[in-house]
Write a protein that binds this ligand. Sequence first.
Ligand SMILES: C[S@@+](CC[C@H](N)C(=O)[O-])C[C@H]1O[C@@H](n2cnc3c(N)ncnc32)[C@H](O)[C@@H]1O
Length: 257
Amino acid sequence: MTLVGAGPGDPDLLTVAAVKALAAAEVVLYDALVGDGILDLAHPKAERICVGKRSGRHSLPQGEINALIAFHARRGKRVVRLKGGDPMVFGRAGEEIEHLDSLGIPVRVVPGITAALGCAASTGLSLTKRGVSRAVTFVTAHGRDGERFEPDWARLADPQGTLAIYMGREQARAVGQGLTGAGLPADTPVLAVENGCRPDERRYWTTLGEMAEQGVAAGKGPTLLLVGEALRPRQIGTADAVDLRALGDFAQGFDHD
Ligand SMILES: C[S@@+](CC[C@H](N)C(=O)[O-])C[C@H]1O[C@@H](n2cnc3c(N)ncnc32)[C@H](O)[C@@H]1O
């Protein structure tokens, strides 16, 4: 049984190991978050089973997913459990691995690019920045089975850190209120990335103060909230404008004309 990270959506962002596992699979159990085109990489004869939320249908309960994986693995099939992003980040991989371990079914994990890193790459915004942000925190604003929960805002409100908030769209106002209430400035930049790394990626800029009042205007696609000074839009014409002549010989390496 191979637990495979499908990355944020673009098939080009799969690892070579993920592509090989898909090509060899006889059964693929996949989540709704898996991007278009990725399932096409599975063996043409592989049985494809959707276990995630799709077109209004609810996902299978975790217990049933565990049982289904075990059922196919015990039939001696080469099973791939395909999850969006990285299986080990808000992917409930732990529950599936524990269940299979308890049945003596060996599990191999193939990592994927998690949404935060995919969105950083597609937007060209570094999550850390020298002198500005020295930590990145992956956090969810979503309670167990959708229930409300109150994160420790004081711990998260680090002015020298970047927050990558998963499953945060519905709780965006509460996130803005919690973080400003814990002392982060209201003008702290927020970037909401919807459908990151997909052809329909959309970006919504706001600030913590605005988000506390209005939430974010993102649509229904998976949306990641990035919060922190490292996201502040670049001041074109200042630090970015380097006079190549001043760099002398070193600059010649950059001269493609
Ligand atoms: C259940 S979590 C799964 C996270 C996944 N395991 C990962 O590593 O990215 C689902 C949340 O991940 C974020 N997410 C996943 N894919 C995304 C994408 N392509 N663009 C933006 N956010 C995404 C959203 O916050 C979404 O609500």
